[in-house]
Design a protein around this ligand. Sequence first.
Ligand code: ATP
Ligand code: MG
Length: 567
Amino acid sequence: MGKQQTTKLSQKITNINELATLVDYSLMDTLVCDPDATQNGDDYAPRQVFSGHYVPVKPTAIANHQYIAHSKALFNDLGFDDDLAIDEDFGRLFSGDLSNLPEPIRPFGWATGYALSIYGTEYVQQCPFQTGNAYGDGRAISVLEVLAKGKRWEMQLKGGGRTPYCRGGDGRAVLRSSVREFLAQEHMHALGVPTSRSLCLFLSATEKVNRPWYSEGSKTRDPDILVANPVAISTRVAPSFLRVGQLELFARRARNNAHANALNELKKIVLHLIEREYRDEIDDKLGFEEQVVLLATAFRKRLIALVAHWMRVGYCQGNFNSDNCACGGYTLDYGPFGFVERFDPFYQPWTGGGRHFSFFNQSAAAKENFGMFCRSLLPLLTDYPEAAKCIEVILAGFSSDMQIALENMWAAKLGMQNYDEALFHKLLSLMVSSGADYTMFFCELSKMPDKIASLSHSFYQALSAPLLEQWESWLDDWRASFTSDAELVQASELMKQVNPKYTWREWLVVPAYEEATNGDYKRVHDLQWVLTQPYGELSKDIDGVHYQLRPAKYDALGGVNHYSCSS
Ligand SMILES: Nc1ncnc2c1ncn2[C@@H]1O[C@H](COP(=O)(O)OP(=O)(O)OP(=O)(O)O)[C@@H](O)[C@H]1O
Ligand SMILES: [Mg+2]
């Protein structure tokens, strides 16, 4: 018996019946279902959803699905056999067809409402009814909750068709954005950045939708043509998909007394968040108000760590609204994102984004989202003035803790024990004036060069004599902080762990999704391989492609240098 059990535990999930044994909706079922929802999930027209945490929705399958890729790393984390990815039932499920699946898998999934605020300003007009009641998952539909290897995961289709929150959209995601999100999530995971994960990616061989995009060679800021794109469904996985905007929606309703159960719905979603994301850190025996205070403390810590990671790896989220800010403290919504190549503190690839969501402004944007998170907790604490006061104090401490996290991160990138403000600011100004490639520069610096010539191939421009001199002096100052050869060696080792070698380069991703459009997935697979080993030393051939400055022909090129979010 004991032996049999051991064998069973170590076996991998190979088919849909075995997958079904992991399914557990028990946490989900503690939430409130929209009372106006249809029973069968055929609920696709944009409509106001006045109450409840979710709406049951049946995904709309993409026609003639084809397997493109799955994440071996996530499959392994879940205990899934790689062959499951090409299993017919698995393909049907994750291309949106929930019919004829083994119990307890339900024939419908669920979409959730959320609110939008930008930099702390609440918006309602993004919803067709101008009330905010129809804003939420317009094309994201969760289909499963599983308990795998002792962890709970929610699985969510992106591009699985319309929901009541689709606001007139088609509910689809095109291949381009799906390939990007699929690759980026696993790249971020490999970089050590908390993120939603990629399970699998399926394309429709026949179904297309029109999206504005850039004509070949276009240097316009906004898209100049309408392109028919194949649709795809990528499935992302996370402990939950709870966003700050979600708490915000229920808090707005509680504040406005929108309906009799509003405050209770807010309380339930907050407890649900604790259960799903923070139970290891927050004791359920504590009083509710104490748990809320601990939640704010824990989320602050995670959010600060997240943004410090983003800065470390050169990631710009691009659209860090409250509805794109995961309450679990990980990266969510890989639409308008990019990775900085030629260093620019105000890098922002998304044309709709603006400077407020640019690379170096992400800590400020995070603080605004955290402010909205805290504000959303307050209606629950009207009877607990002490706890409400604690929330204020926690919020007030965000900026100083963020600053400390950033300083520690910059020090680590430079291999230093302590942050040296003057040295760091001088470095930033030299990187800007020399056109440093963010990733290549820090990667080369991790080899502890004593001459600037060793770094020259990480610059986009030839250095003038005065610049060369300034660099030599900066290198001397930096190296002076290491007092022995042993310290230099140790610093180099540490730097290599925080400064990746391979990064997301949009001009290498574009041909991958373009060729995938023609049914050739080789580049997607190659990129998947490289991007999931960002700290590795791969081959010379790989370096010849992936460890390179961006060629000048991509400067100002629409769809590479910048893009609209027509995903
Ligand atoms: N084609 C579409 N059809 C319906 N709704 C859409 C479509 N594209 C975007 N939306 C909805 O518009 C809102 C804003 O879009 P945004 O680009 O932030 O999100 P997203 O990339 O679709 O989703 P997520 O934040 O879930 O990753 C979201 O609520 C999203 O669901
Ligand atoms: Mg979004």
